[in-house]
Design a protein. Sequence first.
Length: 185
Amino acid sequence: MKLPTLETPRLLLRPLELADAEAAQHLFAHWEIVRHLNAVVPWPYPGDGCHIFYRDVCLPEMERGDAWHWSLRLRNDPSIFIGAISLYRLAGNNRGFWVGLPWQGQGYMSEASEAATDYWFDVLQFPLLEVPKAIDNKGSRRISEKTGMRVVRTEERAFVEGRMPAEIWQITAEEWRVRRGAPTK
């Protein structure tokens, strides 16, 4: 299935391309962006890290149907890349995202998360969305709260910043549809 462009009031979520790597590298390689990500992300972040990650991980995952990756772009100027959001066919880890520092705290990621979650449940037809996050990642936690998710367990995990408590957030397809005012199945 070809990954579509998703739209929100202020954003275009375009299927990720290798050409996005340069803009992503400029925004991503900052401690405040990577510190709460999985410890597999190298720090200091290599100068070609996004190019290699997109080429060797993201694009092959998309080709296999194991993940769905989008670049986030401003709808009023699609040339402006502001971050990325991904969905994963992984047990216990189905969504990840980041947004560049200049665009944080403006609700962009909440919009992108709503669109990606709609796609997860309505198009891909998965019954459950589960998302791990560092307890200290307050911005990401707020997005999960605003989108109706709940904490189902806590555990310790390795993040770029080090080992720390993590929460596993969850929402079912039925809960999502009720929250969105859509018919339940």
